[in-house]
Design a binder for this molecule. Structure first.
Ligand code: ZN
Length: 343
């Protein structure tokens, strides 16, 4: 019998009420019990998080990161080789890895029936367009390998160890250099034509706001208005230097609330987590986004009290570790989906 993802992840396979788990400290190591005749539920998993400027390699057991290192994202072959070398070096001492997970910036080819499966496809990042990430890694590591967007991985990690435990429908939104979102339905990342690209939706603008936007594809899509570079262009200073009472934050909260409202009305998520360099770690912005979302919902969704909305729209439980642990979660998912390839 295939172990459940939660069991492999070092947690109970029994679902836990999410509100009881969100306060677990991110540093908590796995301490589940192992019965005599069961396999250890915390196999050694390797992860790679590919980012636009930095990439991370790590090995972990469950949510416990044993080794990790961050390198600049250079050319594709050099970067993948360097990350692979880090993992190979660690596993020489720590033992064989059961699976590898890769969470990457996109857009990605995720349909196994298509020729671009496993590739970073049409990215404007120089040198990375059409890079066969999965092919390169499978040639080196003959183990189950999971590949998905960094945000889908983060959503999966949050559902295993963070603020979305027990939730089947989850959105993980990141607001930083760009705006992106991963979606889980029934606990699995949503793919279809490609994968969700919700950062590029067009939103209702504030009256009189005529900022052209910074998205090279759409101008004033959400990413073009509310990403870190957009905020810096509008405010004349980097987003991280702007005080809580800067008027830009009301505008940004309203813009992000256009998306959170749409997501609540379209996907009905039980958790809508907001991370990233701009949205993460700013309780004041989270409160503004919740309030602006409530105004836009207009009381239409039954039972969505302010307290309940605060349980839905919240910060990631894993903080900055949602991304790297997302790669580990994708490895665990691959191990569950392709157990015959486990060594
Ligand atoms: Zn756009």
């Amino acid at each position: 019998m295939v172990a459940s993802l939660r069991t492999l992840a070092g947690g109970s396979s029994k679902q836990t009420a999410p509100t009881h788990r969100a306060s677990l400290p991110p540093s908590e190591a796995y301490s589940g019990c192992v019965t005599k005749d069961s396999k250890p539920p915390n196999p050694l998993i390797a992860g790679m998080e590919l980012g636009g400027t930095k990439s991370v390699a790590l090995i972990a057991r469950g949510r416990r990161i044993l080794k990790s290192a961050r390198i600049p994202t250079g050319r594709p072959a050099e970067t993948l080789t360097a990350l692979g070398d880090l993992i190979a070096g660690w596993t020489a001492r720590a033992g064989p890895i059961a699976a590898l997970g890769v969470g990457s910036f996109g857009p990605l080819g995720l349909d196994p029936t298509r020729a671009d499966y496993g590739r970073i496809t049409s990215t404007p990042k120089p040198g990375w367009s059409n890079t066969d990430v999965l092919g390169a890694l499978r040639a080196r590591f003959d183990i189950p390998t999971g590949f998905d967007t960094d945000v889908a991985g983060a959503a999966l990690a949050e559902s295993l160890w963070g603020a979305a435990i027990g939730a089947g429908t989850v959105v993980y939104l990141t607001v930083g250099t760009g705006v992106g979102g991963g979606v889980l339905v029934g606990g699995r990342p949503v793919h279809g034509l490609v994968h969700p690209e919700m950062g590029h939706v067009r939103i209702r603008r504030a009256p009189g706001d005529d900022f052209a936007g910074v998205c090279p594809f759409h101008g004033d899509c959400l990413e073009g208005l509310a990403s870190g570079p957009a905020i810096a262009a509008r405010a004349g200073a980097p987003a991280e230097t702007l005080a809580e009472d800067h008027p830009i934050w009301d505008l940004v909260a309203d813009e992000l609330a256009e998306l959170t409202t749409t997501l609540i009305l379209t996907l009905s998520p039980e958790r809508l987590l907001l991370g990233g360099g701009v949205a993460g770690g700013k309780p004041f912005l989270m409160a503004k986004i919740r309030a602006a979302t409530a105004v836009r919902l207009g009381g239409y969704v039954a039972g969505l009290s302010p307290a309940r909305l605060a349980r839905i729209i919240r910060a990631p439980g894993l903080g900055d570790r949602a991304g790297p642990l997302g790669a580990v979660a994708l490895g665990l998912r691959a191990m569950q989906d392709f157990p015959q390839r486990s060594k």
